[in-house]
Design a protein around this ligand. Structure first.
Ligand code: LLP
Length: 407
């Protein structure tokens, strides 16, 4: 879609997140269609981009939600996601979160330890209910991704070993208060190699076969999220091949395939729009200082992640390497390093590409910077879907009693 970024920047200010909802739909449909002819449920990993409008848009497409806190569950319900399509995952759930999730009647609570199963069972008993559960299996497979977003090895805190999972399923099957209906694995994020996912899928499918043999009726086979996207020159996993591999692994078993993609659906559909403040040089080093910073987009400094840049100014000068940095007081405050950019002028616009996932959701108020506004485009129309945070928004929850005492 042709987007007039300068109009958006003028109308809504910068830094500004802009999401293309049509592109989100396209990704959703691509994945859904790859599983055509088989029961499937795409539960969007809300953590990737939890703006209510994004969740609501995906809910209208038919998506469920993969949530890791009661806050995310409430977002999903508020956005109109069907409660029977909501999964509650995460290694550490508080009692009040478990209780609320059970009362809301969501599809599944995904357990990540025996201790957690004990808690869920006790809470379900107190409420006089049966909790539908799945268990997150850690298949001990190296996902070959950045160590911070790799989750499928025993050294990672996620899930339980196969033997523990078996024990848990047997316990759950015999419990009045637990209904073990699902199995789950997720070995990491930004995966670009099918081989480790295949290995994990077969390990988990074999486990399901042995569970079916002892009458543990697993009906939901949740393959997690993790499908990688192109930021620079990655070759992403072919979605058809992905679907085929999974369907092959579970052949002969009557299960709904669940998926929890986050990045796949939203990353390439979003950008961060920023303005140049000015340039400076320190010795040989050239810096382009912009009004977006690490508090708006953490990925570069946290994961050394690459985000493409588009320069939208009209400078015709010779492009030379520059670091694009923000105003935050940290050397780690950078959005891009050593990129070829022409001499820029104040107010020139830059687009930071592929920022629709783990962009706004990881933003903070560091340096008392208000979080960016968010805009959604649909059929060429722009709508503001989150106001820019102002100073009052930021201090609203603080108690100013020391000030009062003085006054
Ligand atoms: N399911 C589970 C259990 C997860 O832990 C995650 C992501 C997902 C699904 C969605 O994964 P996706 O499809 O988006 O790869 N902040 C990092 C990514 C952290 C991913 C955390 N878990 C980043 O910016 O790269």
């Amino acid at each position: 879609m042709q987007v007039d970024y300068s109009t958006l920047a003028r109308r809504y200010g910068t830094p500004l997140y802009v999401y293309d909802l049509d592109a989100v739909s396209q990704k959703y449909r691509e994945l859904k269609e790859a599983f055509a002819g088989h029961k499937s449920l795409i539960s969007y990993a809300v953590k990737a981009n939890s703006n209510l409008s994004i969740i609501a848009h995906l809910a209208r497409e038919g998506a469920g939600a993969d949530c890791v806190s009661i806050g995310e569950i409430r977002r999903a319900l508020t956005a109109g996601v069907d409660r029977y399509k909501i999964v509650f995952s995460g290694v550490g759930k508080r009692d009040d979160e478990i209780e609320r999730a059970l009362q809301e009647g969501i599809l599944l609570i995904n357990l990540e330890s025996e201790a957690e199963m004990g808690r869920v069972e006790a809470i379900a008993q107190r409420l006089g209910m049966q909790a539908r559960i799945s268990i997150r299996v850690n298949p001990n497979v190296d996902a070959q991704t950045h160590p911070y977003i790799s989750t499928g090895l025993h050294e990672n805190k996620f899930g339980v070993e196969i033997d523990t999972a078996k024990r848990m399923y047997i316990h759950a099957k015999n419990s009045e208060y637990l209904d073990p209906v699902g199995i789950h694995y997720h070995i990491g994020s930004q995966l670009t190699d099918l081989a480790p996912i295949r290995e994990a899928t077969h390990i988990v499918a074999d486990l399901v076969r042995s569970l079916h043999a002892i009458d543990v009726e697993i009906r939901f086979f949740d393959v997690g999220g993790g499908l990688g996207v192109v930021y620079q020159n990655e070759s992403p996993i072919d979605v058809e091949a992905y679907a085929e591999m999974i369907l092959e692994a579970v052949r002969g078993m009557d299960m709904t395939i669940m998926m929890e993609p986050g990045r796949f659906l939203t990353a390439n559909a979003g950008i961060l729009l920023t303005r140049v403040l000015y340039e400076k040089r320190n010795g040989d080093k050239r810096f382009v200082i912009v009004d977006a910073a690490m508090n708006d987009l953490m990925r570069p400094t946290l994961y050394q992640a690459y985000h493409g840049l588009l320069y939208l100014g009209d400078s015709a000068g010779k492009a030379t390497p520059a670091d694009v940095v923000g105003p935050v007081c940290e050397s780690g405050d950078w959005l891009a390093k050593d990129r070829l950019l022409p001499p820029t002028r104040p107010n020139d616009l830059l687009v930071v590409q592929n920022a629709g996932a783990y962009g706004f959701t990881m933003a903070s108020n560091y340096n008392t910077r208000g979080r960016a506004a968010e805009v959604a485009l649909e059929g060429g129309h722009a709508r503001l879907i989150r106001d820019r945070e102002n100073f009052d928004d930021q201090i609203r929850l603080e108690k100013a009693y020391l000030l009062d005492e003085k006054g």
